[in-house]
Write a protein that binds this ligand. Structure first.
Ligand code: TXA
Ligand code: MG
Length: 339
């Protein structure tokens, strides 16, 4: 299949969004930009189209999809909002939508098991990217996982989508580099004793600190439970071809003879830059060391380093505050050898 890549520029982006709607209505898949990562979109209420998403990505059927809405008013098209968390849902969506926050809510019957992997819940969000939102307004709910092959690095640019899915889908809309560069924060809300209980199922651009105003924030425990609560968050994920090894800040690096190494550090001023002949090296936030900038660039730089074909990518460990929590979550999964 020939894959068209069309740039959504100021003049014609609505027209392009219209074309995407037509393809989606015909049951095809289209890659669309969001503020987090590019999504592989399908009509969420068309089971055959949803099945195609799993086929094209090579995604196991136990891994549910996120449903993208045109506006918060559309929540009730796919989800129930239980009375006991209604206030929290309103406050959270007012604050963070459109934006990188995904809510897990009880699903409506019209959402098929294919989307939710048989779960009684559905994950919903309203993207801050105009193209995704326009398409969802015109079409209705859109199921869209990240537009990469299963287990690989999420694409943060149209060219990364081409590298992952070129030839497999008819259209990629190029909406520029993703503003956040990390997948959305996924939460579950429950009534608590004094304050609502917010469980972070996947850390992302909306941080624990951001959420604290709205309830007691807890982390999903990496227990057996988590397999049920956060399906699809398999230990090994976000993986480049090369093996990823995380280096603690004080750790010494001892190269193995004959092995090709690449290096990714935070500011580019670590003790390792000069310590070895790297096949490639990059810094997440050169000089300034800003976490948000590092977050935007993480997946892009992992891809870039991987293209230099090292056998190992060494990554400097990051401080786990703010968006650093999400970055370390992705890096640990990229480094995991558990399949
Ligand atoms: O930023 C994002 O969320 C991006 C863009 C495209 O919107 N999408 C994304 O989708 O990251 P994906 O498929 O790569 O990750 C979806 C994850 C699943 O792996 C699962 O962990 C969680 O969302 N999920 C989906 N439905 C769920 C549910 N009902 N309960 C719990 N977790 C769910
Ligand atoms: Mg993904």
């Amino acid at each position: 299949m020939e894959t068209r890549v069309e740039v959504a520029d100021f003049e014609d982006w609505r027209e392009l969004a219209g074309e995407a709607v037509e393809l989606l209505q015909a049951g095809e898949l289209v890659a669309l930009p969001t503020e987090t990562v590019y999504g592989l979109a399908a009509d969420a209420l068309n089971e055959e189209a949803v099945a195609k998403v799993f086929e094209v990505k090579g995604r196991p059927s136990f891994d549910p999809l996120i449903v993208h809405l045109g506006s918060w008013r559309d929540i009730r098209k796919v989800a129930e909002v239980p009375a006991e968390i209604e206030d929290s849902v309103r406050e959270l969506t007012q604050e963070f939508w459109p934006g990188p926050l995904t809510l897990v809510l009880p699903k409506k019957e019209n959402v098929s098991d294919a989307v939710t992997a048989g779960l009684p819940t559905v994950a919903v969000r309203v993207s801050a990217h105009e193209v995704m939102r326009e398409v969802a307004k015109k079409l209705g709910p859109i199921a869209a996982p990240s537009a990469n092959l299963f287990g690989k690095i999420s694409p943060t640019s149209a060219s990364a989508v081409v590298a992952e899915l070129g030839g497999a889908i008819p259209l990629i809309i190029d909406g520029g580099a993703c503003r956040d560069g990390l997948e959305s924060t996924i939460i579950k809300i429950e009534p608590g004793e004094k304050k609502p209980l917010i469980t972070v199922l996947r850390p992302g651009p909306v941080t624990r600190e951001d959420l604290r105003k709205f309830g007691t924030v807890k982390k999903a425990r990496p227990s057996k439970d988590q397999e049920v609560e956060v399906p699809g968050q398999t230990p090994s994920h976000y993986a480049p071809r090369a093996k990823v090894v995380i280096l603690a800040k004080d750790q010494d690096f001892e190269p193995e003879a004959g092995v090709k190494y690449a290096l990714l550090t935070y500011r580019g001023d670590s003790k390792w830059e000069e310590a070895h002949e790297w096949v490639a090296q990059e810094a997440l936030s050169p000089g300034s060391g800003k976490l948000a900038e590092a977050g935007v660039r993480l997946f892009h730089l992992l891809r870039k380093l991987d293209d230099a074909e090292p056998e190992v990518i060494l990554v400097e460990s990051l401080t786990e505050t703010g968006v650093g929590v999400a970055m370390m979550d992705r890096l640990r999964r990229a480094a995991s050898e558990e399949r």
